[in-house]
Design a protein around this ligand. Structure first.
Ligand code: ZN
Length: 119
C-alpha cells in the first residue's frame, strides 16, 4: 500500500489538527489559522510586528502578493488581527471596494474564496 502523500497533522498553533502537509512540494499550512512554514533561511527580519507576534518557530501568518491582489494579516494587535484580501488597480493602488476580511482562525474560508476568485 502506498503511503499517503498529503497529511493533515497538528498545527504548531496547538488549536488545529487541520494542518496540511505536502512533501511533494515541501509545503505546510494550517487551514484554521493560516500559519505557513517558511523555507529554511527565509529572512523574517523585516516582517511586520504582527507577523512576528503570531510566529511559532519558522511558521508565520500567510502572505501573498500578486500583480492583481494581495492577502495579508492586518490589525493593530493580536486581538483584532484579520486576514485581508484587496485588489490592485493598474497603478498598483489598492481598490478599497474590493477589500474583504476573513477571521484569522477561519483561514479555510479565505482559501476557498481565493480558489473561486483565481480560477
Ligand atoms: Zn494553526
Amino acid at each position: 500500500m502506498q503511503e499517503q502523500e498529503n497529511l493533515l497533522t497538528i498545527c504548531p498553533c496547538g488549536k488545529s489538527n487541520n494542518c496540511y502537509n505536502s512533501k511533494a512540494i515541501n509545503f505546510s499550512q494550517c487551514f484554521d489559522c493560516g500559519l505557513t512554514k517558511l523555507p529554511e533561511g527565509t529572512d523574517t527580519e523585516t516582517y511586520p510586528k504582527l507577523y512576528k507576534d503570531f510566529s511559532i518557530g519558522n511558521w508565520f501568518p500567510y502572505y501573498l502578493n500578486t500583480k492583481d491582489f494581495t492577502v495579508f494579516l492586518d490589525g493593530t494587535s493580536k486581538d483584532d488581527a484579520k486576514y485581508v484580501y484587496i485588489e490592485f488597480d493598474e497603478n498598483k493602488k489598492p481598490i478599497q471596494s474590493t477589500k474583504k476580511e476573513f477571521e484569522r482562525n477561519n483561514f479555510y474560508e479565505l482559501l476557498k474564496f481565493l480558489n473561486d476568485e483565481t480560477i
